[in-house]
Design a protein around this ligand. Structure first.
Ligand code: PNS
Length: 159
């Protein structure tokens, strides 16, 4: 059985992430979306909130599991018997950083390989940070996140 991990902060999940989840879920038997539990990053949403949004937007994809992890990604991959890490590449600016991380992960754990999917052009500019920036100025988010996620962002900003 082929298992891949798509790791990230997902603070919150965007349509760009959803595109990568959908496409990579068709390539493997099981795709685990791994939500990094990283207190140093000061996320807008708690890990549970981020996982809840991911569960909602992937509810029609039966081979997608949502889990959280802390520590090294390759340790999480080994625990889950996953030998593939999936990352999206939006532009050349992503490549240098992503290559460095992929090579680091591979030198720590050669049996886990990273595959990159190019982000669909519609989402090539999109990030969770951009979504939060737009939300903070009251802009519309419907082109960038799912309706469920948009509601969660709005209720966060109202608080
Ligand atoms: O969505 P992000 O914030 O770009 O995701 C980054 C992530 C979670 C993939 C990366 O920070 C990560 O894998 N963190 C876990 C610690 C780790 O294994 N780092 C790589 C070796 S330096």
């Amino acid at each position: 059985m082929s298992t891949a991990i798509y790791p990230g902060s997902f603070d919150p999940v965007t349509l760009g992430h959803q595109d990568i989840i959908y496409r990579s879920s068709k390539m493997v038997d099981c795709l685990i979306v791994g939500v990094l539990n990283n207190s140093s990053k000061k996320p807008l949403f708690t890990v549970e909130e981020r996982m809840d949004m991911l569960r909602e937007v992937t509810k029609d994809l039966p081979n997608v599991l949502i889990e959280s992890f802390d520590g090294l990604l390759v340790d999480f991959a080994k625990q889950r018997k996953a030998n593939i890490i999936v990352r999206g590449l939006r532009a050349i600016a992503d490549f240098e950083y992503e290559l460095q991380i992929a090579q680091t992960n591979r030198s720590i754990c050669p049996e886990v390989d990273t595959i990159f999917l190019s982000t669909s052009l519609d989402y090539s500019f999109l990030s969770s940070s951009i979504v939060k920036e737009i939300a903070c100025y009251g802009g519309r988010l419907d082109q960038f996140v799912a309706p469920y996620v948009e509601k969660k962002i709005q209720s966060k900003w109202r608080k």
